[in-house]
Design a protein around this ligand. Sequence first.
Ligand code: GLA
Length: 628
Amino acid sequence: MGAALLALAAGPVQAKDPLAPTGRWSANERGAARTPPMGWNSWNAFGTRITEDKVLGAAQALVDTGLAKLGYTYVNIDDGWWLKRRTADGRLQVRTAIFPSAATGGPEETSFRPFTDRLHAMGLKAGIYTDAGRNACSQAFDLKSPNLPVGTPEERSVGLYGHVDQDIGLFFGDWGFDYVKVDACGLADYAGKSELVARQHYVPLDPLMERGVLSRTDIAGMRGLYLQVAEALQRHRPNGDYVFSICAWGQANVRAWGKDVGNLWRTSDDITPSWTRMLHTYDSAADRPLYAQPYAWNDPDMLEIGLGDFDENHLTEARSHFSLWAMIDAPLLIGADLQKMPKPLLDILSNADVIALNQDSGGHQAVRAFTSEDFEILVKTLSTGDKAVLLFNRGLAPIRAILTADHLKMARNAPIALHDLWSKQDVPAFTGETSIALAPRESRLFTAKGPRILPAGMYLSELPGAVNVAVDGVVRPEVDPLVHRMVNPWAGSRGPGERPAYGGYGGAQADAAPYGTSLQVAGRVFGAGIGILAGSRMEVRNTGHWRSFAALVGVDDNSRNAGAKLRFYVYGDGKLLAKTKPIAFGEPAVRVNADIANIRLVELVAKPEKNEPLAPASAAWGDAAFLN
Ligand code: GLA
């Protein structure tokens, strides 16, 4: 009674101000993905035509080739494993015709435990596949598959919907899996009025999303369903020994919230073994370094090395694909048949130096230091403070590339040493700039050592793994046009062609403004810094025990809103350390300094003076840096 009265007296609960400092890191830190997951998945090689032999063959190959020792430990089965959901109690049944070891009891009593025990005994981990809706992708797009679920509409409802706790408990408890990939076709393709549902007799589910149309997607609803999975994983594996892979193909704005919910989230639709399709999925992740950190990784989809444009006749392409995935901290999930993998491709997958970049403990996804449709330079900060740099020829013309000290954020007047991670050769040191020839589709990958521009500090854009974009200021999510568009591998040139489809446009950018323009305030261009919309809050870990924060802040010259005035705030462990006066569009950048010695978490807030809900201004944190 007393408590009830008190609650009444307190009045309605106030919604929490998302820009208020919290003093805590809010991105996901649960699960076993301190570094990007590595392993093998059955889909690219076998589709739904999987068998226990094929999967165990891949597992054995991981061990025999030494790949497992290099870190490739997850063996993940994809779509095709299920038979049906048992009517009596909703328990999922394994298709024992293809996984014979799962026939542990009568016809209705199956278990994956013998299978996962085998993998565990080999020193490997086991992954399984499901869908957040009632039905999976194969039940919509692979109707000729011999391995589709069978039975009544309810029995064929094999996805998590309405069974999250039960299924996650089964996978991670009884069956002993360690990794789950949760697809999303069930939330997109099974509308009651659809021809598919009528013809195939499925239990319908009102779609939560329309692909490529964010205004017709229930973003909060989708996030909520994936959050339920995350919570179930916590309940059934409280020790955190699990990996949660969100497979919503860049839809539903997952490129913004995936990091808060899962360990990895697909940033695009499926990869195929085509060079230009690889560029597409790569681009969907490459502009998002500020959205990935330890335990939470952008996922441009599984590797195609060994297949199509990346087979043994295309070693240049295969090396480029692998180098890109390594540099952007993508999960390294081999997708081809490992039992047939030619030696030169195994050598690519086994390059320990390249793997080490991907698994570097800093978790700093590479940032694009030069970008064009033809050629790119990617730079990744390593936990040692050294850099890795990739020169990447995207196209079919040879290129003489120029790499500068500026690209590396290193001093122009001192020698920079390069070590080639493929040839294992040292390249003669250069000062200022050097030129390097690249064949079509070739890339060159180096570690680089030299004095940094900031001798006693790092720009925050060099430390994206220490930055969490807690609130990115995007009010109305927009699809991102800055992703390579190729001839769609499924439709060919039928239809209108590839449309922009993945939310995240306007998100925070390292060394650029939110919509990809140059970071600049009143004509002053910043080579380093973070561009983010106003109405935003970033959390930055002071991992290096830095002593001070400094930035030059203002309204970006390409702001979509030139009327708003912005104030910039710096907090340390939840307490205000510094703030600016209101700054108008066109005003020169204002210096902000804060003492952060002994501070663990710095929060950077850019706030409009008046709420401008439709067109947030672009805030520039120019030269934002941690210094000693
Ligand atoms: C979707 C996913 C793929 C694969 C298939 C299985 O297309 O994006 O990675 O899991 O479903 O049907």
